[in-house]
Design a protein around this ligand. Structure first.
Ligand SMILES: O=C(CO)[C@@H](O)[C@H](O)COP(=O)(O)O
Length: 222
């Protein structure tokens, strides 16, 4: 059975009481904290930096923190987030002049490394560096905002990425981000994803536990 991971995006959390909200969503069954870093340059929105990641660690959050860098350039923030307690660090290949070097920097800092592909970026881009990837994240919306609709063409990209990862023999996680809900998560898993970022579908729900349970129930027979 596939080891599915649910990763709520704190972009949709209650930022005024972030520590409590993250602790709650983990207590309600989430596996990973998805940490969206936006710089108002690579994407048209501005969120939080390494100090907030460090604050979550100091607060006592021990779950994996999956830092998704939507910033340009990336290397400086890779170092800062690694020092702040990130578990995974992923970035967009368009945002680094030297993708292999940036991935190696993440690995040398003791974190798990990943790349993120926008809806219009082909899966082929990762081929030369697949051996360095612990995570491949496919965006199923254009990055910058929560609450958008899942782009259905991403299912074909997931199938292509799953074939590539399986052929590599590496245990690279295949993550999906954007518009994931209890209603579409099974189709997304069937296409090959094993790690599911969900912001509004979890933090926007009346009960985080019910939303996460509904996702797990949809995945149960796969
Ligand atoms: O990185 C992003 C957006 O850029 C995502 O993590 C979204 O925050 C996911 O939000 P929902 O689509 O699940 O509301």
């Amino acid at each position: 059975m596939t080891d599915f991971l649910i990763a709520p995006s704190i972009l949709s959390a209650d930022l005024a009481r972030l520590g409590d909200d993250v602790a709650q969503v983990l207590a309600d069954g989430a596996d990973v904290v998805h940490f969206d870093v936006m710089d108002n340059h690579y994407v048209p929105n501005l969120t939080f930096g390494p100090m907030v990641c460090k604050a979550l660690r100091n607060y006592g959050i021990t779950a994996p923190i999956d830092v998704h860098l939507m910033v340009e350039p990336v290397d400086d923030l890779i170092v800062q987030f690694a020092d702040a307690g990130a578990t995974y660090i992923t970035f967009h290949p368009e945002a680094s002049k030297h993708v292999d070097r940036s991935l190696q920097l993440i690995l040398d800092k003791g974190c798990k490394a990943g790349l993120v592909l926008n809806p219009a970026t082909p899966v082929d881009v990762v081929k030369p560096v697949l051996h360095k990837l612990d995570m491949l994240l496919l965006m199923s919306v254009n990055p910058g905002f929560g609450g958008q609709k899942f782009i259905p063409q991403t299912l074909d990209k997931l199938r292509e990425a799953r074939t590539l990862i399986d052929a590599s023999g590496r245990a690279t996680r295949l993550e999906i981000d954007g518009g994931v809900t209890p209603a579409n998560i099974a189709d997304i898993a069937r296409a090959g994803a094993d790690t599911f970022v969900a912001g509004s579908a979890i933090f926007g729900a009346e009960s985080y536990k019910s939303a996460i349970d509904a996702m797990r129930a949809a995945l149960a027979d796969l």
